[in-house]
Design a protein around this ligand. Structure first.
Ligand code: NDP
Ligand code: HSE
Length: 340
């Protein structure tokens, strides 16, 4: 068996703790599948004294994530703190420049800085991986970069924000007003700290921009996503569409048209009997249309501790196996600029 893969985790919230738990509960399984042991060496979060319900006594603590990113005893830096700029960005850059592989679940960071970070990873001959950043537990990134690599992608379509799907289906099923269901979703902990990221279509737009880059070989262009949220949808709108046999979904679509590459994240009417029309609660669904594969439909949990940390684990195992898939499915420097 080859040498131990040593990792450091920045962020011990929902996702970070989930990864810690899988590492401990599935240790043997992960070692057999990786072909080597994986050892968590060091961690970081804002508060060292917070009770997180797990023992962290054997782990080195770094109070500054930049110091964690630089540690000489780790091979992989895992960024699970969030935020589209520093300190997450600086930490990821520091790790890549220090020759460490990076795993992140941070779609906001990737949608804004993914191109430069992918180029930096390539320059330093390390991996930048982000399966958890798009649709949580659904293997959307690996499906596109690996399983469908032999296809020209015609179209991507899907529901990529569980909170919005929860709000819309709950409004429909219970006849409750948007504000009431929004407050309910907030109490359930579904909404991001800044709820406009969810209900404004921004979070889902980040995810669509990432998938678009891989599918069409273009540099991420979040600004080019035509975004509209669900804030103005009323129970009456939902009722009327239901009577016509449709449902309202916050739907992402990305495809090449006569006008160029189109990226839309907007409330749309979909047939109530279609797979997307039947998607309930906080579930996500992503549909890839490949020229050879035809339509591939992925459905699953787009958020939460288990699903998201499962996706992070798949990236850790990939790195342990030495799987070298380029960040966006092809060399970052070969990606075409959409709006030159
Ligand atoms: P949480 O808010 O639950 O946890 C964030 C963690 O980061 C906390 O442990 C916090 O420390 C730590 N942290 C925040 N700022 C700093 C800082 N400046 N220095 C050190 N530590 C810091 O977030 P999640 O786990 O939910 O999300 C993590 C990432 O995963 C985000 O990018 C998110 O978008 C992404 N993601 C999350 C999903 C989910 O279902 N939750 C799904 C898909 C992606 P402390 O605990 O001490 O406050
Ligand atoms: N707020 C996001 C959602 C979390 O509801 O889908 C997962 O990215």
């Amino acid at each position: 068996m080859s040498s131990i893969l040593k990792i450091g985790i920045a962020g011990l919230g929902t996702v970070g703790l989930g990864v810690l738990k899988i590492l401990s509960s599935h240790s043997e399984l992960i070692t057999s599948r990786s072909g080597r042991s994986i050892e968590l060496k060091a961690i970081s979060a804002r508060s060292k004294s917070k009770n997180r319900g797990v023992s962290l006594d054997d782990l080195a603590w770094e109070s500054n994530i930049i110091d964690l990113a630089k540690r000489s005893d780790i091979d992989v830096f895992i960024e699970l703190i969030g935020g589209d700029d520093d300190p997450a960005k600086e930490a990821v850059e520091t790790a890549l420049k220090s020759g460490k592989h990076v795993i992140t679940a941070n779609k906001a960071l990737l949608a804004k800085h993914g191109q430069e970070l992918a180029e930096l990873a390539e320059k330093n001959n390390v991996s930048l991986k982000f399966e958890a950043a798009v649709a949580g537990g659904i293997p959307a990134i690996k499906t596109l970069t690996e399983s469908l690599a032999g296809n020209k992608i015609n179209k991507i379509m899907g529901v990529m924000n569980g909170t919005c799907n929860y709000i819309l289906t709950r409004m429909e099923n219970s006849n409750l007003a948007y504000e009431t269901v929004f407050n309910e979703a907030q109490k359930l902990g579904y909404l991001e700290a800044d709820p406009t990221l969810d209900v404004g279509g921004i979070d889902a737009g980040h995810k669509l921009a990432i998938l678009t880059s891989i599918a069409f070989g273009t540099q991420i262009d979040f600004a080019a996503v035509d975004k509209q949220g669900i804030e103005l949808i009323s129970v009456q709108d939902i009722e009327q569409t239901r009577e016509m046999g449709y449902r309202i979904k916050l739907l992402g679509v990305s495809q090449i048209t006569d006008e160029g590459l189109e990226q839309r994240m907007q409330p749309c009417l979909v047939s109530a009997t279609s797979p997307i029309g039947q998607l309930e609660n906080a579930m996500n669904m992503i549909i890839f249309d490949g020229d050879n594969s035809g339509q591939v439909i992925l459905r699953g949990a787009g958020a939460g501790e288990g699903p998201t940390s499962s996706a992070v684990m798949s990236d850790i195992i990939d790195i342990a196996r030495g799987n070298k898939v380029p960040t966006f499915g092809q060399s970052a420097t070969s990606l075409i600029k959409m709006n030159p």
